[in-house]
Design a protein around this ligand. Structure first.
Ligand SMILES: [Zn+2]
Length: 430
């Protein structure tokens, strides 16, 4: 496809107007001010429009879309044990597929190209990812269970191995397998070491929750001789492979050095942290320490949506508000966090920027709206004034998966009908 006369933010975060951008297969093959000579394929009128790279949502639990708005207003522990866990236990394989499809509709409509997920029944999430046109790194976040010994006795191991076999057969990188560990407080040292060994031997990335709440952080120190969750994870080897640590609201002291030195990417989830009353992650301190930070929505059970554009805007507003620094997390930095850093955290080094040779993950915003005029600079308008409904096209790996209100691969009416009937069935079973 050839985007003509479009405004775009290039790989150096420079805003360029009246540009031509050509894609071929799953890559960007040309960006320039001149129309590529001899081009005869499909064209896209980019006037009054802006192209950005697609978002990389690096912390999600996509099947939790079925729990959106369920059990609201309870304290965290009661919400988890009385509402979340019993509901999730009722999810069948097909429930996981359809709730993932529901989440996929939302991710695509709000400009995501890819996401990191932590859940179970990975085969059914994988099917939804492939059917929707998204990309994803999938993990099964293992929690310790009584009566089970090594990691290899867990469903998490079997499912991750099965996913790896299917991915080797598929022969593409649309879906990738990561190793998930739910959190310190749902695990024990033996299991953590097992998971770390497996990740290292298999050459997989790790995805885990870290210091989300003050209670979790402080109780870990009590349980483990003063070690914080970050220090403990480092000691057992979980950070010997590239890792994503979600939340990191309560990290302190040497935790910052550990995360930087080990190359851990922090997934910042401002909506979830505020809604659950967990606190405000020290993002400025992380960035000053040299830690790579990306952005995630977390699941719809706590957010309550998977809207990356909203999450990015919120990250900026909160960052400025709590630091008292209006220059902090400006539009270019936000773009880096939500696109490039996310892609790198997934191990997708050729994604996350509009550059020749990069994967064609392109999201187009329509500026021809009263709330987006005038345009001095496009990027601030997108992050501070636009909403997801201003997105008019989402191309992932060179394929248009959304255009002008229509998802090209998904029957949204069917997905919503399935979500309604399945949520009603589960409610009747509880
Ligand atoms: Zn989470």
């Amino acid at each position: 496809m050839l985007f003509e006369k479009i405004t775009l933010i290039d790989g150096n975060y420079e805003e360029k107007r009246d540009m031509y951008l050509e894609t071929e297969g799953n890559r960007i093959v040309y960006i320039g001010t001149e129309r590529p000579e001899g081009y005869t394929g499909e064209t896209y009128d980019g006037r009054n429009k802006v192209a950005l790279p697609g978002f990389y949502n690096i912390h999600c639990h996509i099947p939790d879309t079925l729990l959106r708005g369920y059990g609201e207003g309870l304290p965290l522990h009661r919400w988890l044990t009385e509402k979340m866990f019993p509901f999730e236990a009722k999810l069948t394989e097909e429930d996981v597929y359809w709730s993932s499809m529901l989440g996929a509709c939302e991710l695509i409509r709000s400009g995501a190209a890819s996401f990191n997920d932590m859940f179970y029944k990975l085969e059914w999430i994988e099917r939804a990812v492939r059917d929707s046109g998204l990309k994803a790194n999938l993990s099964f976040g293992v929690s310790a269970l009584p009566g089970l010994g090594s990691y290899r006795e867990y469903a998490a191991y079997a499912e991750t191995e099965a996913l790896r076999r299917r991915l080797a057969e598929a022969g593409d990188d649309r879906v990738r397998a990561d190793v998930g560990l739910h959190a310190e407080y749902t695990s024990h040292e033996g299991l953590m070491r097992d998971v770390a060994d497996y990740a290292r031997e298999a050459g997989l990335r790790v995805h885990l929750h870290l210091s989300e709440t003050r209670k979790e952080h402080e109780e870990c120190k009590t349980r483990h001789n003063g070690l914080t969750p970050a220090a403990l994870f480092e000691r057992v080897g979980l950070f010997d492979v590239p890792a994503i640590a979600a939340h990191c609201v309560w990290i302190e002291g040497e935790d910052f050095d550990i995360l930087r030195d080990k190359g851990v990417t922090v997934a910042h989830n401002p909506s979830s942290n505020m809604k659950l009353g967990s606190g405000f992650a020290p993002v400025k301190k992380m960035l000053e320490a040299g830690i790579r930070v990306g952005i995630g929505t977390d699941g719809a059970a706590s957010n309550n949506n998977l809207n990356m554009l909203e999450e990015v805007t919120l990250a900026s507003m909160i960052g400025k508000g709590i630091t008292g620094d209006p220059t902090f997390l400006g539009p270019r930095q936000l773009l880096e966090l939500s696109c490039r850093n996310g892609a790198l955290a997934q191990g997708r080094t050729d994604c996350g920027a509009l550059e020749v040779g990069s994967r064609a993950d392109i999201v187009v915003y329509d500026l021809d709206k009263p709330h987006l005029q005038p345009v001095y600079e496009a990027l601030p308008n997108l992050f501070y004034a636009a909403d997801a409904s201003d997105i008019c096209l989402n191309m992932i790996d060179g394929e248009v998966v959304y255009r002008d209100g229509v998802l090209t691969r998904i029957d949204e009416e069917k997905v919503m009908a399935e979500a309604r009937s399945r949520s009603a069935r589960i409610l009747s079973e509880l």
